[in-house]
Design a protein around this ligand. Structure first.
Ligand SMILES: [Zn+2]
Length: 349
């Protein structure tokens, strides 16, 4: 019985959060994974298209795991600015060299997304070599998520939610609210997937470009805030049966326009890069015949998804406050989540 309530509460958290922000939001991550399928060559396309529902719906699994799996959170970002001026250019690209310079604990404390992408590519190559359809799908879906994160400017800074510059809430604003409002108008015409000679270098290029875009992300919001009164900057919307405070449509439109296509660019880059990474792993694995894997047991895939969706929250894991994606002074999810964990510690659940 107690377990049932815990699970129910956990589901409620996700249902509430899903209306607000994750990295790229549910919406953005799912769109990135889905569109990436269409960049693939025919030899890969049939298999990925066959499983496009899995690839799309499971694009957010890594975010769900952050609450349940130790070591998950650090894979989604890198607070590169904690390492000093121009650290984005100076940080050793190779994991061993970076560990030697800063220690593994430090690197993990501030995020490892670019290195994790190299590891994932290695894992995907192995999955292809093993011709293991389930592993291929799982790693492909996860990989799409981390690539999406690596292209988000606010995933490259310690000031990840504007908390150091009086812009608290900007994380969900940029990566969730803006795509939800405007992504239907983006251009989704893509080039076919390209082979990447050096995936480590490619991952770092993504993080570097995202980091260089950070200045405008923060500056334009700050400038526009001077032009909008508080009641024009924010509004209230009903999601399900809760009322949430959101950035108003007018403020969102003005911000989106100042960014001059930045969100669209980052989303398009993510999509293209996901296709390129999948394709590169397949080539490096010797281009296995994927059509022969089409008969993979759908039941087994369903079972896997259920497993991924029924993770128990781990109360010892601290997550970042922007995970709720809600704006200050209205944080029901956050407090709700805390209450559950506190009650559990007190023996309540
Ligand atoms: Zn993420």
């Amino acid at each position: 019985m107690l377990g049932y309530y815990k699970k129910l509460a956990f589901l409620l958290i996700f249902n509430i959060i899903s209306v607000s922000a994750w990295a790229w939001g549910f919406f953005g991550h799912q769109r990135i994974n889905r569109m990436a399928v269409f960049t693939l060559p025919p030899e890969m396309f049939t298999f990925y298209k066959h499983h496009i529902r899995y690839i799309t719906e499971n694009a957010v699994n890594p975010d769900k795991r952050r609450y349940a799996v130790v070591g998950e959170a650090e894979r989604h970002y890198i607070d590169i600015d904690v390492y000093g001026d121009s650290a984005i250019f100076k940080m050793p690209r190779r994991w061993e060299e970076a560990v030697a310079k800063y220690t593994e604990d430090t690197l993990r404390a501030y995020g490892i997304v670019p290195w994790h992408l190299s590891l994932m590519k290695f894992q995907l190559v192995n999955a292809f070599k093993e011709r293991n359809a389930i592993k291929i799908l799982r790693i492909s879906a996860d990989m799409g998520h981390y690539i999406g994160d690596a292209n988000v400017p606010l995933h490259t800074t310690e000031n990840y939610n504007g908390q150091k510059t009086g812009q608290y809430g900007i994380h969900g604003f940029w990566e969730s609210r803006l795509p939800e409002l405007f992504a239907d108008d983006y251009n989704y015409f893509f080039e076919k997937a390209q082979y990447i000679k050096n995936v480590t270098e490619r991952a770092w290029r993504a993080v570097t470009n995202a980091h260089l875009a950070l200045d405008s992300v923060l500056r334009f919001e700050k400038e526009l805030t001077k032009q909008f009164s508080e009641d024009k900057k924010f509004s209230f919307e009903t999601r399900g049966n809760i009322t949430v405070k959101v950035y108003s449509k007018e403020f969102s439109a003005a911000y989106h326009q100042s960014l001059a296509g930045q969100v669209e660019r980052q989303m398009r880059t993510s999509i293209q890069m996901v296709g390129d990474f999948w394709y590169t792993a397949w080539i490096d694995a010797g281009q296995p015949n994927l059509d022969s894997l089409l008969s993979t047991d759908k039941e087994e895939i369903k079972r896997l998804e259920e497993e991924d969706n029924n993770l128990e929250p781990n109360p010892n894991i601290k997550t970042r406050s922007h995970d709720t994606g809600l704006i200050p002074d209205i944080k029901p999810t956050y407090y709700f989540g805390k209450n559950i964990f506190r009650r559990k510690e007190e023996g309540g659940f």
